[in-house]
Design a protein around this ligand. Structure first.
Ligand code: HAM
Length: 416
């Protein structure tokens, strides 16, 4: 084969788009119920935006971005996530001045040069929701509730909400100091991949999948030991609100996110329905990002979820009915005058709102019948030369086998 898709990308085939549309409809419906409005931001931005936004020390910025120089000599990056872009737009369009609270959602492709595996691609789709303008921890819970509601509406109930508070930068700095005191003496025993985290971001050691690292971290100081009253109170309100909203969660004091912008609430929704890549969604509060990117100080919270993973989880629970509509009518005609007539009838039916198709491959009546069945058409309409427009036509219900003579008006009625 001369041309192949690039590793880590996927074609979403016509036979698969039905389930994507189904998921997108659920997402849009949930977002409307929670009053988040859609925002569409570009798929590429200046590299600087992501480097500053996501953080210079993160894997995303260090290793995973698709970055190129455009004709103007600018460094451009395909978005690895959309929060930085939403914040850039929020500032550039002064959205904070237009409304006290901005609640937006997005659906679209993201790009990360990660090692592809099941549930992990280099171009993948996310949907996400961001609320900018409120510091109320109850909106953190609402934001988590949005993510949970989409899963529930998809029929996915097997998931856990892992919750943490990553506090504030000054508290993290205190913790980091103590953590380094703990880790430095055991640095030489740490596996090499984790050893390099010590200088970059020692908190990410907690994120390690390696057993040895986790063992060595036993007894390490946890961030929660450094919470102040304010952080603790906000975290308590998030937990209490989740309980009130009927959302079970588990506090995971070792939860660290792969992006630097989080403050206070951080969460991940994981599912045992998935393989190694078990995170369905993740997010949290990012109170300093708007300011960091040049805007007025604006507290904010958000999440994003992986759509391929959501679809994998839906399949794992046996979802197979994506409400796909098959053809209403397949119009069958054989001779030249019949085919002309069929075209006209097809137009009338389509104008009347039906989904209709006909043969363009010069096939026999029998082959056309087969095609109608293959396409799961509900009805076939036989056109014969002696039929006169506006009069009666042979009409067969493919599920009951019942055959009747009906006028176009009548055809438009019974299958409405
Ligand atoms: P994230 O945790 O990097 O957060 O990504 C969110 C979700 O996107 C993951 O839980 C996963 O389901 C999916 N995902 C990430 N990488 C891949 C990949 N390579 N292939 C397939 N799916 C993937 C963010 O992106 C933040 N912007 C979330 C956020 C919004 N925080 C605040 N607002």
């Amino acid at each position: 084969m001369k041309y192949q898709r690039i590793k880590g990308t996927a074609d979403i085939l016509p036979s698969e788009t039905g389930k994507w549309l189904y998921l997108e409809e659920i997402i849009r419906n949930v977002m409307a119920r929670f009053n988040y409005k859609e925002i569409r931001v570009p798929v590429f931005e200046t590299t600087e935006l992501f480097a500053r936004g996501i953080g210079e020390g993160t894997d995303i910025v260090n290793k995973e971005m698709y970055t190129f120089t455009d004709m103007g000599g600018r460094s451009i990056t395909l978005r690895p996530e959309a929060t930085a872009s939403v914040v850039r737009c929020f500032i550039e369009e002064s959205l904070g001045k237009k409304a006290p609270l901005t609640k937006v959602y997005y659906i679209g492709p993201m790009f990360r040069q990660e090692k592809p595996q099941k549930g992990r691609q280099r171009q993948f789709y996310q949907f996400g929701a961001e609320a900018l303008g409120s510091a109320d921890p109850r909106i953190d819970a609402e934001n988590i509730a949005v993510s949970v509601q989409v899963l529930r509406d998809c029929g996915i109930n097997q998931f856990e909400v892992a919750l943490n508070s990553v506090a504030t930068p000054p508290l993290r700095a205190k913790h980091r100091e103590r953590l380094l005191e703990f880790v430095r003496p055991i640095a030489s025993q740490l596996p090499e991949v984790d050893r390099e985290k010590i200088d970059r971001n020692p908190l990410r050691l907690f994120d390690s999948k390696l057993e040895l690292t986790q063992q060595l971290l036993q007894g390490a100081p946890l961030l929660e030991q450094f919470y102040d009253d304010d952080v603790r109170r906000d975290f308590d309100i998030v937990k209490e609100t989740l309980t009130r909203l009927g959302i079970p969660y588990a506090v995971d004091p070792r939860l660290v996110r792969g992006l630097d912008y989080y403050t206070r609430t951080a969460f991940e929704i994981r599912s045992s329905l998935l393989g190694a890549q078990d995170a369905l969604s993740g997010g949290g509060r990012y109170d300093l990002l708007v300011e960091e990117l040049g805007g007025d100080p604006t507290p904010a919270v958000g999440f994003a979820a992986g759509m391929e993973r959501t679809l994998l989880a839906m399949e794992a629970v046996g979802q197979s009915d994506y409400g796909e509509k098959s053809l209403d009518v397949f119009v069958i005609a054989e001779s030249e005058p019949e085919r002309k007539q069929a075209l006209l009838l097809t137009k009338q039916l389509r104008d009347g709102g039906k989904t209709v198709d006909l043969d363009y491959l010069g096939r026999s009546q029998k082959a056309q019948m087969k095609e109608a069945a293959r396409q799961n058409a509900r009805f076939v309409l036989f056109v014969f030369t002696d039929d006169i427009p506006g009069e009666m036509f042979q009409f067969k219900n493919l599920s009951t086998g019942e055959q009747q003579k009906l006028s176009i008006d009548e055809i438009l009625r019974p299958i409405a």
